[in-house]
Write a protein that binds this ligand. Sequence first.
Ligand code: PGA
Length: 264
Amino acid sequence: MSNTLHIFGNWKQNLKRAPARECAQAIARQSQDLRKAHPGLRVGLAPTFVALPELSSLGDESPNPVQRLAQNVAAQETGAFTGEIGAQMLLDCGCAWTLIGHSERRQHFHESDEILARKLSTCAEAGLGVVFCVGEALEQRQAGTHEDFVIAQLASALDALEKRGNAAQTQLIIAYEPIWAIGTGQTATPEQASLMHRKIREYLKSRPEAGGDRSILYGGSVKASNAAELLAAGEIDGFLVGGASLKPETFLPIIQAGAEHLSQ
Ligand code: PGA
């Protein structure tokens, strides 16, 4: 079992600057002992772009600070692309990670596999770490095509990474988030999650030129009541948490479950 576990919160389009700062500070303060006791327990928060600087004091903690993640990044490095924020700009803000390919970006903003592969490539070039999200819709799950669908999403990202030639140096985490489980209260069962994670891991291992094995997080209605059983199913290297990450009292028990899992 890996001795690193990531518990990342995705705040989406929620929390203005002051509540974001207060929530992040409470999470940082109340998870401090757990992070100190477990160097492999990586806690991170993805606020909106405008709230990112409000969380800058989190980076002062050591040796295992709460990380800051962006929720999105431009496919282009820099230039005349109104409304976009580039990988170098995020690094300049002290933000070392970004999400790419969240299903809400794919669905509502029509981000294709091709665009997402370009984003990954740009981040690899800039040295920005990526949490790359994949996941099937309910129809694919019901039709039994979910595994092929998820592997195809992953393949296009890994192809781009492989083409660049520095895949092994690129910090990349995969997040498996079945769309039917996001924000619905309907979590994948531990068996469903674990099976898909195994499939993803096998595929990653079959692509050593694209960096090989990586941490694989699960996302989709993770909460205090299901975190421990999901981790116990095996293959799950942490969580990407939406709704339950918006309040310290619902996010901290998930961090706690991660710490307990690392202690086993
Ligand atoms: P949820 O969201 O935990 O609210 O289901 C997960 C995500 O979108 O990353």
